[in-house]
Design a protein around this ligand. Structure first.
Ligand code: CA
Length: 237
């Protein structure tokens, strides 16, 4: 018998809490729900959930403090539930160690996809190296990391070294948001200018090469004010 994946929901809005719990239970997850930060931190240490869904606006504390405290001792995936449109808050949560976010109102498919992706990326640390280099494939886009070969519908796409680096980072994190800062850091190094312009220029070129309609991308999505998210690898979805 396999153990069910356990999800801790820290959310004071009852309707959202119930929706999430019901959805997850019907998809074979085990759920625990608490309505405030204090109980959330207590459950984190006593129940050791496999994943956490965290509302940033809790009655007794800022969800950001829960992220920071948890990250001092645990790498459990944390997905922020955000009602707020403020990108700054989401970026701050991601920078503090949250793995991803989901914006209210959200649907079942989005919720399940975020959870699946966060768990998969969390497990990757212990994955064998063969798995880490397995090709990416979604829609007509394929990336062979060993050959550094990118194809769309079977046709080879020529990317510059920097473009390839951006695309392969996004592909290895497929389904998960990557902030502008984390991409810039990993492509140009920690001393790079934090300005997004060079990243945006490269992304425009990448989209021209990969997307049939760069204005309506189907492989790499813009998360406005936050970063980019690449279509989840279909063999893992
Ligand atoms: Ca709330």
């Amino acid at each position: 018998m396999t153990q069910k994946i356990s999800v801790l929901i820290i959310e004071d809005e009852k309707s959202i809490c119930d929706f999430v719990a019901k959805t997850l239970q019907s998809h074979d997850y085990k759920t625990m729900a608490v309505q405030n930060g204090k109980d959330g931190l207590a459950q984190l240490t006593s129940a050791l959930p496999d994943i956490v869904l965290l509302d940033l606006g809790l009655p007794d504390m800022d969800g950001m403090d829960i992220i920071k405290q948890t990250r001092q001792w645990s790498s459990v995936p944390i997905i922020v539930i955000s009602a707020r449109a403020q990108e700054k808050e989401k970026v701050a949560a991601l920078d503090s160690g949250a793995d991803d976010y989901i914006t209210k109102p959200f649907g079942t498919n989005e919720l399940l996809a975020r959870i699946r992706t966060a768990i998969r990326h969390n497990n990757k640390i212990v994955d064998d190296p063969v798995n880490a280099n397995r090709p990416y494939s979604a829609g007509g886009l394929k990336i062979d990391f060993e050959k550094r070969l990118v194809t769309v519908d079977g046709k080879e796409v020529h990317l510059t070294r920097v473009e390839y680096k951006i695309v392969s980072l996004l592909a290895k994190n497929s389904g998960k948001v990557m902030t502008y800062d984390s991409l810039i850091n990993q492509v140009w190094g920690p001393y790079a200018d934090g300005n997004n312009r060079i990243l945006r220029v490269n992304m425009a070129n990448i989209r021209r090469k990969l997307e049939a309609n760069p204005g309506e991308p189907k492989y790499i999505f813009t998360e406005l004010g936050i970063g980019y998210r690449m279509l989840e690898d279909e063999s893992l979805a």
